[in-house]
Design a protein around this ligand. Structure first.
Ligand SMILES: Nc1ncnc2c1ncn2[C@@H]1O[C@H](COP(=O)(O)OP(=O)(O)OP(=O)(O)O)[C@@H](O)[C@H]1O
Ligand SMILES: [Mg+2]
Length: 252
């Protein structure tokens, strides 16, 4: 579904990503680790086409189509969706309006979706304005639930989320990736029987999300370079024991 070939990315002439190669197949979920400032958000923004990053070399393919230079809204319409690390607040845009926009031409029951992430009373508030850290993460999930992208990009979905809400965020992330486990108002039995091919790229520092979703492999992004391909839980254990510097030394 996603192929990144020899991708170099800069901002204001400063290189941030250098020679990234990454493939994510239909239905695959990949976890991305990396220390602060290593370029993880930059990579997700570049895939989504936002943030003013300059691709100086390489290309990004989505279902075999080169999307390297198309605008973000076209990538979104093609089926790429992102939960941001720090999404902006937008004065004058109600949460309800944004959720409806995310659904595009499909009709969605906004109230029912909001109920799933305990945000019913937030629908008539300006998006993210005054939301707590955990409420912002749930609002990002709500927008993705309306959009139902084929490729989900999650930038630290668990940061700032308390233990109880972590279960909610984790279960909703699983539902987005794997489909609901039982039919409900939005998903008929036909939907469930139809094989899901949703793919994911998830940035995590803590690995809490791994308690809720099945990930196929993990990678480490270090100083703009992507290295290591291993079981994500194994990578996390190594990182906790040895830290990033030792992890990279071993891998190199
Ligand atoms: N617009 C910009 N101008 C200058 N530097 C930038 C810009 N955007 C990102 N950077 C720098 O690029 C580097 C990578 O940033 P990025 O946000 O991708 O890191 P990250 O791996 O997501 O880190 P974290 O784990 O802290 O979220 C950082 O040093 C950051 O300051
Ligand atoms: Mg980041």
């Amino acid at each position: 579904m996603l192929t990144i070939e020899n991708l170099y990315v800069s901002i204001n002439g400063t290189p941030l990503l250098e020679g990234i190669n990454l493939s994510i197949g239909d239905g695959e979920t990949v976890i991305l680790f990396g220390p602060n400032g290593s370029g993880k958000t930059t990579l997700l923004y570049t895939i989504m086409g936002i943030g003013g990053y300059e691709v100086t070399e390489g290309r990004i393919l989505f279902n075999d189509e080169d999307i390297t230079h198309i605008p973000a809204y076209e990538r979104s319409r093609k089926g790429i969706g992102m939960s941001m690390q720090r999404p902006p607040s937008i004065h004058g845009l109600k949460t309800r309006g944004l959720v409806e926009m995310c659904a595009g031409k499909r009709t969605v029951d906004v109230e029912a979706l909001a109920k799933k992430v305990n945000l019913e009373s937030f629908l008539d508030r300006d998006i993210n304005l005054g939301f707590s850290g955990g409420e912002i993460k749930r609002s990002e999930i709500l927008q993705l639930m309306a959009q139902r992208p084929k490729l989900l990009l999650f930038d630290e979905p668990e940061s700032g989320v308390d233990v109880e809400n972590m279960a909610l965020v984790g279960n909703m992330a699983r539902e987005l990736l794997e489909g609901p486990s039982e039919p409900d108002a939005q998903h008929t039995l036909h939907d469930l029987m139809h094989e899901r091919k949703t793919s994911g790229l998830i940035i995590t520092h803590t690995g809490h999300i791994l308690d809720y979703i099945t990930a196929d492999r993990g990678h480490v992004l270090y100083s703009g370079h992507l290295c290591c391909a291993d079981n994500p839980k194994r990578i996390l254990d190594h990182l906790k024991k040895y830290g990033y510097k030792e992890c990279i030394r071993c891998l190199s």
